[in-house]
Design a protein around this ligand. Structure first.
Ligand code: IDP
Ligand code: MG
Length: 135
């Protein structure tokens, strides 16, 4: 079933020049880009985006990180895009992410793991509306 999901190339990925690498994987896989923007997040948007983690010990550092520099936000569309993109990213901790995945190939640290993807249809709808309210 065709669905949409939110993709972020996080500030570490943008700073390291990995936007092209990530977008190339998305396009080569066969997903369609339906929105794409370079943006520096404000704190309120970041705290809303990561609201499910508000009580975690890493929350403040995570919000500091995600607002620290520009990121790339995108919406991609395709068959089973939510789980498909999660599979392409690999495990949250790059040390556990398989080779061949974005985090497995391109990252070494849990926080600075290059990319984000929505984890369910509900979070995809919420996150897409947060980043691209006009979509
Ligand atoms: P996900 O990005 O794979 O969905 P989540 O558990 O939703 O993983 O965590 C959101 C983001 O918060 C992660 O991608 C990572 O950047 C950061 N994060 C998660 N757990 C930790 C941790 O234990 N220490 C530091 N940062 C973390
Ligand atoms: Mg998550």
């Amino acid at each position: 079933m065709s669905e949409r999901t939110l993709v972020l190339v996080k500030p570490d990925g943008v700073a390291r020049g990995l936007v092209g690498e990530v977008l190339k994987r998305i396009e080569t896989k066969g997903y369609k880009l339906v929105a794409l923007e370079l943006r520096t997040l404000d704190r309120a948007t970041a705290e809303s985006h990561y609201g499910e983690h508000a009580d975690k010990p890493f929350f403040k550092d995570l919000v500091d990180f995600i607002t620290s520099a520009p990121l790339v936000a995108a919406v991609i569309e395709g068959n089973e895009a939510i789980s498909g993109w999660r599979n392409m990213m690999g495990a949250t901790n790059p040390l556990n992410a398989a080779q061949g995945t974005i985090r497995g190939d391109l990252a070494t640290e849990m926080q600075n793991n290059v990319s984000h993807g929505s984890d369910s249809p509900e979070s995809a709808a919420r996150e897409i509306a947060l980043f691209f309210p006009n979509l």
